[in-house]
Design a binder for this molecule. Structure first.
Ligand code: TRP
Length: 360
């Protein structure tokens, strides 16, 4: 048997963000820019992973709610079009939670804990041994987030690739165990071979990992992130903080520094980038200050249209609009995710009838 989605007109994408703050430039170059572009060719599902936010912030429900709404505004500001793409609220998409349970049976505990992204997070957030059971569970949940939508592609930043790998493993496992797919099947052939789940591929953005202005991982707590809501003044100030250690404009500079990571990430004209690199390396009368002004202007050119699109969603009325978009998207998403869960249960001999889910 082959499943219906395999023949749908446009291949699917699923990706998302955890609402633990607002989006910054790292999100933009790592993934969101890509998502905006892929909207035409793919049927896109963008997930608000609010359940995951509770894994480390269960004591901050108000913050999670505010951030959930903020992220939708960031998405729209970036050019994600809710008419074409579907916004999914994780906590109102119960098929994800149910699928998490089933997939958890197919992933060895040690495999889940071996995930380098989880390990880094435990370290960075100083969780030690005191994280809740639900924390590593989110890594299994992320497999379910993805597979509930049976996408081909998962556009993510580099740090998320370690989460996509177990998703691919568990998809193969499920297909082999419950759909009778031969374990020697090539990843691209699983659907044809009768599998329910495609083996989804990660797709990394133009810049997989953009460091903060201090060279460390971009994060809210380090105060080193440039946000998509920053004003031109804030952008200038933050770019100004980039430290190169170079003393004078006639001193040959090393273009593998952080400042030039920003040059390459944000100055759109490749000829200008090459020229700056050449002059900087030669110490040809070009100071850090000058390069920083160009970088800040280039960043502002990206962010300015975002400010305009965001203007329609200000204040409480904007929040209300966002909530309506979340509801409408999640209703649509549930149709897809419920279908997947139904097929998965059938494959698992849990075929006790079909349910109808209604979102108020
Ligand atoms: N873990 C991702 C992050 O923190 C968010 C996320 C949750 C996600 N589920 C996903 C990303 C599924 C891609 C696919 O950014």
């Amino acid at each position: 048997m082959t499943y219906s989605h395999a023949t749908s007109a446009r291949p699917r994408i699923l990706t998302g963000d955890t609402p633990t703050g607002q989006l910054h430039l790292g999100h933009w170059v790592g993934s969101v820019e890509n998502r905006v572009k892929l909207q035409d060719k793919y049927e896109c599902y963008f997930l608000l992973a609010n359940m995951h936010a509770y894994t480390t912030r269960a004591d901050k429900p108000d913050e999670i709610r505010a951030s959930t709404i903020q992220i939708v505004k960031d998405w729209i500001a970036c050019g994600i079009d809710p008419e074409r793409s579907t916004i999914v609220l994780q906590t109102e998409c119960p098929a994800i939670a149910e699928l998490t349970w089933f997939l958890a049976m197919l992933l060895p505990f040690n495999r889940v804990m071996r995930n380098p992204t989880l390990k880094t997070e435990i370290e960075d957030k100083g969780l030690g041994e005191n994280y809740p059971f639900g924390f590593p569970m989110y890594a299994v949940g992320q497999c379910a987030d993805i597979l509930a939508f049976r996408p081909e592609l998962v556009p993510v930043g580099e740090d998320q690739v370690a989460h996509i790998e177990p998703c691919r493993e568990v998809a193969r496992r499920f297909n082999q165990l419950y759909c009778g797919v031969d374990p020697h099947t090539e990843d691209g052939d699983y659907l044809q071979a009768g599998g329910l789940f495609p083996i989804p591929k990660a797709e990394i953005g133009r810049v997989g990992r953009l460091p903060g202005v201090d060279g460390k991982k971009m994060s809210k707590s380090l105060n080193n992130a440039i946000y998509l809501t920053d004003t031109p003044k804030q952008i200038k100030k933050k770019v100004g903080q980039i430290f190169t250690g170079r003393q004078a404009m006639d001193e040959p500079g090393d273009t593998s520094n952080l400042l030039f990571d920003y040059v390459r990430a944000f100055i759109p004209d490749p000829d200008r980038v090459a020229e700056l690199e050449r002059k900087y390396a030669a110490g040809d009368d070009i100071g850090d200050g000058h390069v920083k002004v160009e970088v800040a202007d280039a960043i502002d050119a990206i962010v300015a249209p975002m400010r305009e699109r965001r203007a329609d969603f200000e204040g409480d009325a904007g929040d209300e609009k966002v909530i309506e978009l979340i509801k409408a998207g999640t209703r649509k998403a549930n149709e897809v995710a419920e279908e997947t869960l139904y097929e998965a249960k059938k494959a698992m001999r849990l075929d006790y009838g079909r349910r109808v889910l209604e979102l108020g």
